[in-house]
Design a protein around this ligand. Structure first.
Ligand SMILES: Cc1cc2nc3c(=O)[nH]c(=O)nc-3n(C[C@H](O)[C@H](O)[C@H](O)COP(=O)(O)OP(=O)(O)OC[C@H]3O[C@@H](n4cnc5c(N)ncnc54)[C@H](O)[C@@H]3O)c2cc1C
Length: 475
């Protein structure tokens, strides 16, 4: 007998399933793909023996998530591993900015911008858990720490280009722009600072670690915890309609809002259906994995020690690239995120050959080949990179939604971070997880707090479902 079905086994689907199972419900997760995990999977891609993350690579919000930090998942093998330098951002001429866990050390390295960096980040990083308790959940709720949230909100609502005026040096401005670019939005838009502020505050709090043994270990640990609680995951089960799942009394959908509208059909109240259909998707990613002999020959030594490297040059260049992708044009010099997970987790390499991960920001639905621009950006800051590449595995943008229906048009965030969608996701409602159909909830990254491997959308959606069932959720 199944009390609840979860459609989709991404981190949010599994987090929802574990939360329901912890409260005594019998849960089945149905996953369309051949393996569970959605955005948290790993395996070979270039050469035998090299371990690559297929989607998510670095986990600032994962290590900060009360759900993923739980000792129950550690017991099932989830362990975080930190590089020496959390984030590096190279600039032309051999310079680079870095963010490490110590906010003071990071500030000091920014020279004339040290005090300004501390003024912005000392507070949010020092009280990160309190801030996250309010910011990483639906925003239409009474805050637990209203003053702290208000102080953060004062900076967060601004466009990243405006907040960046607090700093004078290219280093500090670029470091902030690279983090804000994770919003996949033009940096002149309101609220783009929120993403940059949260990511950098997280860097200065618990860092930007990787999952030891690959991001797939997050999925393995969640699935093992679910099994321990009596739940199960069935793969190769694409759900097309809610009717297939009836008479199950409780259904949680780890799917995009448009797919939820298709699945629920006429059962959805018309206003909710309209809102799900209006949901907008953002620019996309173009993924490349490399097998690199001896690692990336970055010009700047700090980049050679960094788990994540933001490749895009100055704030002005990144802002230009993000504007272009949002307009549907492929920039000549795209913003590229490079991850060197092996530095924190050496078991992913084979001798002196290392797995290196990259994705470029490209327009929504981009169907071209971005390999040239990605290599161009890497060569710019790491001359000689090409000669060290032994093998490459490319995932063109159209392959992303083919492998995971939530990645509409290659949008890895399951929805554009427009100002409206950042605050009211996936629609204006006191309970954003409720679909309006009794017993049916949305729990994907389209719900608060949004994209990232943290499982918090699933956790909050499951808690909402439990409350409607009259079960008081426990922590
Ligand atoms: C290339 C890439 C890089 C990323 N990098 C990072 C990173 O470094 N750090 C980070 O924190 N986050 C990163 N992310 C984002 C993160 O992976 C996602 O935000 C997160 O996985 C969202 O979790 P989810 O459970 O909402 O959905 P997903 O992880 O997308 O999982 C949804 C699952 O539902 C399944 N599904 C969909 N429809 C159906 C259906 N009808 N029937 C059955 N199953 C269905 C899909 O097959 C999929 O397995 C990245 C994402 C991508 C794609």
């Amino acid at each position: 007998m199944t009390d609840a079905v979860v459609v989709g086994s991404g981190p949010n689907g599994l987090a929802a399933a574990v939360t329901l199972a912890r409260h005594g419900l019998a849960v089945t997760v149905l996953e369309a793909a051949a393996e569970p995990g959605g955005g948290a999977r790993s395996g070979e891609a270039t050469l035998p023996g090299l371990l690559h993350d297929h989607c998510s690579a670095v986990h600032p919000f994962g290590v900060a998530s009360p759900l993923l930090r739980s000792p129950d998942l550690a017991r099932h093998g989830l362990a975080w591993a930190w590089p020496e330098v959390d984030l590096a951002h190279p600039l032309d001429g051999g310079d680079a900015a870095v963010a490490v866990r110590s906010v003071r050390e990071s500030a000091r390295a920014l020279g004339p911008d040290a005090d300004a960096w501390l003024r912005v980040f000392a507070g949010p990083s020092g009280h990160f858990d309190a801030l996250a308790a309010d910011a990483l959940r639906p925003l239409l709720r009474v805050p637990r720490h209203p003053l702290r949230l208000a102080r953060f909100g004062f900076d967060a609502v601004r466009p990243a280009t405006l907040l960046a005026r607090r700093w004078r040096t290219d280093r500090a401005r670029a470091l902030f722009a690279g983090a804000a670019a994770h919003a996949f939005q033009p940096l002149e838009r309101p609220l783009t600072s929120a993403v940059g502020l949260l990511l950098l505050a997280a860097a200065h709090h618990r860092g930007w670690p990787v999952a030891r043994g690959g991001s797939g270990r997050i999925t393995d640990a969640l699935a093992a915890r679910l099994a321990e609680l009596g739940g199960r995951v069935e793969t190769g089960r694409a759900v097309r309609s809610l009717a297939e799942l009836r008479p199950c009394p409780l259904v949680l959908l780890d799917v995009a809002p448009g797919a939820a509208a298709d699945l629920c059909g006429e059962d959805l109240p018309p206003r909710v259906r309209r809102a799900y259909r209006r949901w907008r998707y953002g620019p996309a990613a173009f993924r490349i994995d490399f097998a690199v002999q001896g690692g990336v020959p970055w010009r700047h030594e700090d980049c050679r020690r960094a788990g994540t490297v933001h490749v895009g040059g100055t704030l002005e260049e990144i802002a230009h690239a993000e504007r272009e992708t949002a307009r549907g044009r492929m920039p000549e010099r795209p913003f590229v995120l490079v991850a060197q997970q092996y530095l924190a987790d050496p078991g992913r390499s084979r001798g002196d050959v290392h797995p290196v991960y990259a994705y470029a920001h490209v327009p929504h639905g981009y169907d071209g080949d971005a390999s040239g621009p990605v290599l161009g950006q890497l060569e710019r800051f790491a001359p000689g990179f090409r000669e060290r590449v032994l093998a490459t595995a490319t995932v063109p943008t159209p392959d992303l939604p083919r492998r995971n229906a939530n990645l509409v048009g290659g949008d890895i965030g399951t929805g554009a971070n427009t100002p409206l969608q950042t605050v009211l996701r996936p629609r204006a409602a006191l309970d954003p997880y409720a679909t309006g159909i009794p017993g049916v909830y949305l729990c994907s990254a389209a719900t608060p707090p949004g994209a990232g491997v943290h499982g918090l959308c699933g956790l909050h959606a499951a808690r909402s479902a439990l409350r409607h069932l009259g079960i008081a959720p426990v922590d």
